[in-house]
Design a protein around this ligand. Structure first.
Ligand code: ADP
Ligand code: MG
Length: 234
C-alpha cells in the first residue's frame, strides 16, 4: 500500500494566556499520520490531547508552527475556508454525542449532507442506510432523548461517516459508555474506517483503546513522550 500522508504537524506550539500566566499546552510537536491509520492520542487529563485534536482539526490557531491536512496548510486558512475544508474532509465524534435534541436520528445523521447541499430525499436515504448499518434501523424517527447513550453514539458514528470524510476525529468517544458498549462502538468505528481507508484520530485516556489502534502517540504535559505500534492486528 502506498503511504499517503493524511496529517503533518510541524513544530506546533500552543500557548494559552490566562491573566498574567502562560500555559504551554503543546510544546513543539512534530507528527506525521498516514492515510488509513487508526492513531490513538493517549495521555492523562490535562496532557494536551484535546488541544492537539483541536489543532489538527483547525478549530484553533497555533501559537507557532502549523498543521497540513490532506496537503492543505490549514493554519493559514481563514474561518470561512476552514469551515468549507472541514465540511469536505472531516468528521467528528464527541464524548457527549452532540446530537441535536429537536431532530430525529435520521435528521441528525443527514445534517452533514444538508450542509453540503444534498437534497432532502437523497440525504435521508443515505442517513437511514448508515443508521441501519449501526443497528438503528428501528430507531430512525426517535429523538436523542429517546435513545440510550450507546444508541446515541451509534447515531454519532453514522453522522461522522455519512459524508465519507477522509479523516475522523474522536475525542473520548466512549467516555460515557460501559465496557460492552465501548467495544461495540470501537469495532464499528474501526470497521467503517478500514473499509474506505479513512484515518481515525482517537483521543483517549483509556489504555484499553490501544487494542483498536495501529499506533499510539502518548502525551505528557504537552510533549510527545512515545510513539509506538498499537495492538491491532492487520
Ligand atoms: P486533555 O484533553 O489531555 O485533558 P487539554 O488539551 O484540554 O488536555 O489541556 C491541556 C492544558 O492546556 C491544560 O493545562 C489546560 O488547563 C490548558 N488549556 C486547555 N484549553 C485552555 C484554554 N482555552 N485556556 C487556557 N488553558 C487551556
Ligand atoms: Mg480532553
Amino acid at each position: 500500500m502506498t503511504k499517503e500522508i493524511a496529517i503533518e504537524v510541524r513544530d506546533l506550539q500552543k500557548e494559552y494566556h490566562v491573566g498574567d500566566e502562560v500555559v504551554v499546552a503543546l510544546h513543539r510537536i512534530n507528527l506525521c499520520i498516514l492515510r488509513g491509520e487508526i492513531c490513538c492520542i493517549f495521555g492523562t487529563s490535562g496532557s494536551g490531547k484535546s488541544t492537539l485534536l483541536n489543532q489538527l482539526a483547525g478549530m484553533e490557531k497555533p501559537s507557532r508552527g502549523g498543521v497540513i491536512v490532506n496537503g492543505v496548510p490549514i493554519s493559514l486558512l481563514d474561518e470561512e475556508q476552514l469551515a468549507a475544508f472541514r465540511q469536505k474532509n472531516i468528521g467528528f465524534i464527541f464524548q457527549s454525542y452532540n446530537l441535536l435534541p429537536s431532530l430525529t436520528a435520521t435528521e441528525n445523521v443527514a445534517l452533514p449532507l444538508m450542509f453540503r447541499g444534498v437534497d432532502r430525499q437523497v440525504r435521508e436515504k443515505a442517513a437511514n442506510e448508515l443508521l441501519s448499518r449501526v443497528g438503528l434501523a428501528g430507531r430512525l424517527s426517535h429523538y436523542p432523548g429517546q435513545m440510550s447513550g450507546g444508541q446515541q453514539q451509534r447515531a454519532g458514528i453514522a453522522r461522522a461517516f455519512v459524508s465519507r470524510p477522509s479523516i475522523i476525529f474522536a475525542d473520548e468517544p466512549t467516555g460515557n459508555l460501559d465496557t460492552k458498549t465501548t467495544a461495540e462502538i470501537m469495532q464499528m468505528m474501526t470497521a467503517f474506517a478500514r473499509r474506505y481507508r479513512q484515518t481515525i484520530i482517537l483521543v483517549t485516556h483509556d489504555p484499553e483503546m490501544a487494542k483498536y489502534a495501529d499506533r499510539i502517540v502518548t502525551l505528557i504535559d504537552g510533549r510527545i513522550v512515545s510513539d509506538t505500534k498499537g495492538d491491532r492486528i492487520e
